[in-house]
Design a binder for this molecule. Structure first.
Ligand code: KIV
Length: 276
């Protein structure tokens, strides 16, 4: 298990051809469990909107939401590298806003780096955030904050023009100084090509096995996402069914007076009851 994963490990892992594993967390207990497993990095993604807050997309997630959840995850994490997502419109209204908002996620939230969606059009914001001392992760391909431009959740990079745009954006982000780039729902041959061309690691989600690392939403791999079962994920355990079974057992035992027993309560002197 890597002792404490830092931003320098990203490049080191790529150079040594070691794979990087990243998972999302949004709360203290989940982050604590993930941290104890040895997962390299925890992303407090704005997938928070759908996964935890019940929105239909990421667009309603606010800076305050992100700070609140990044705080909980950072408090629980001793070893993994915590990355906080910059939410919709927190880096689109000017470079000064971008730096202020990235700074809030780090100083109030406690994360070690921030992630922004987009290519060359946000390169200056990225440079300014890095200049303020904050490591930045890029995010290309299907970028959920642009769902309305894409017309839904769709793989990106199947045409020559889009494939070329994703590749040139990846080069622009590397040039701007990001330490790594998430490639979301990019065809695996394009992701492999970009991964080979970059010095910094690519982190795939739905982008094939050649990426330098992988990221998934934890709820998707543990069966806590209801009926939602995206093509890019794999369910390793069905925690949802385990919870339902535990709750059914609890209700049954309450009904049959099997739980609680006096062992689950406290002792008071018999005299006190008599005096009442
Ligand atoms: O918001 C998120 O969780 C993400 C990852 C799934 C890449 O951006």
């Amino acid at each position: 298990m890597t002792d404490k994963f830092t931003v320098s490990h990203f490049k080191e892992f790529k150079d040594k051809k070691n794979k990087i594993s990243i998972l999302t967390a949004y709360d203290y207990p989940t982050a604590k469990i993930l941290d104890e497993t040895g997962v390299h990095s925890i992303l407090v993604g704005d997938s928070l909107g759908m996964v935890v807050l019940g929105y239909e997309d990421t667009l309603k997630v606010t800076m305050n939401d992100m700070v609140h959840h990044i705080k909980a995850v950072s408090r629980a994490t001793k070893r993994a590298f915590v990355i906080g997502d910059m939410p919709f419109l927190s880096y689109h209204t000017g470079i000064s806003d971008s730096v202020t908002n990235a700074g809030r996620l780090v100083s109030e939230g406690g994360c070690k780096a921030v992630k922004l969606e987009g290519g060359i059009e946000i390169a200056e914001d990225i440079k300014a955030i890095i200049k303020a001392g904050i490591p930045v992760m890029g995010h290309l391909g299907y970028t959920p904050q642009s769902i309305n431009l894409f017309g839904g959740h769709k793989a990106q990079g199947k045409s020559f023009e889009i494939a070329q745009k994703i590749y040139s954006d990846a080069l622009a982000l590397q040039e701007a100084g990001v330490f790594s780039i998430v490639l979301e729902c990019v065809p695996y041959k394009l992701a492999a090509f970009i991964t080979k061309k970059l010095d910094i690691p690519t982190i795939g989600i739905g982008s094939g096995p050649s990426c330098d690392g992988q990221v998934l939403v934890t709820h998707d791999i543990i069966g806590l996402a209801g009926d939602f079962s995206p093509k890019h994920a794999k369910k390793y355990i069905d925690v949802g069914s385990l919870i339902k079974s535990a709750v059914n057992n609890y209700m049954d035992e309450v009904d049959k007076e099997l739980f609680p027993t006096i062992k689950n309560s406290f002792v008071v002197d018999e005299d006190i009851i008599k005096r009442l």
